[in-house]
Design a protein around this ligand. Sequence first.
Ligand code: SF4
Length: 385
Amino acid sequence: MYQNKNMAGLYLHIPFCKKRCIYCDFYSTTLGAAWRKRYVAALCQELTKRKSYLKGEELETIYLGGGTPSQLDEDNLTTLFQAIATTYNLERCNEITIEANPDDLTPSYIELLQNYPINRISIGIQTFHDKMLTRLNRRHTSQQAIEAVENCTKAGFTNLSIDLMYGLPGETLADWEKDIQQAIALHPNHISAYHLIYEEGTALWQLKEQHQVSEVEEDLSLAFFSTLIQQLTAAGYEQYEISNFSLPGYASKHNSSYWEGTPYLGCGPSAHSFDGLYRSHNPKDIVAYTHAIEKGLSLLEVEETTLYTRYNDYIITSLRTSKGLSLTYLKDKFGETLYRYCCEQAQPHLQQEMLLQRGHSFFISKKGLFISDGIMSDLLFIEEE
Ligand code: SF4
């Protein structure tokens, strides 16, 4: 939709977790190893059957997300990569990422990963504070996280990303600074850092409802975010998206393709797909999903996007990135009326220098980053019922 690069992405959801972290609202299950073989077979069927969804566009990126993809064993990975290789032309596919939990990244598992075309590992560390890791019900320790990154580097993986989380219950600014400094000391090429969200339905949400934990104050949240930006940029990382930082040349191509509107096929329960016009998703239910695929059925729910939903998606995704919102593109794709609407809505933010205009693009300014949700929301077009 936004770019016409004739490239596409493939997302494969691996919905297995050994145990559930208290804050998580991603779809995953603690069903045992017995389910994995059967699930991977179903996933291969789906990715094969839906090949035509991408209308012949070549794959540029593949992303194994979860859940915990590093729970897949050798048989699972071999089955999966054979199906991908026989279905898709991977000649121009230059980024294949697997998400991994630190305690899965033992030297022998890292060696196993080297047998596949995986060239990027995204490691879910969240924090280096052991007490907090336990509190969040994470499986790993701080030491395991450090060793995981070091072992991947030693094994020759040159594109590593780590995930961090801030605004944790009881976290101080000093705690967060230590996390950032430890992350920098490991020299990953990419760091994603998200503020903890108390998602309804999670164990963390219940703890909040029972007044056992509370959200951090807004001032402290802002201090966490500004410290993050200041320390990572001082260490040479570019903030190419609100929550994502990379060393030059290491922005995630897969995530960037979501933000740029590249078509993508998502397979597995809860996975979303987008072909430029229609969005679709599978239900969040591994059992129903697997049974349906085995019977040759599909439980996909399909939704046609409107001009307005595509405009809104463009506002939200483009303004999050350092590439900004292209006014030329906006006028071309969404027409004169929405272009004028966007420019009018932007005026107050431009006057307050929360938004900046450079050439034919809008960007959120440094001070605007702290109220980015509000700016984007003001530029959205709300359809009347
Ligand atoms: S390991 Fe990841 S997907 Fe699984 S519960 Fe924890 S945060 Fe969620």
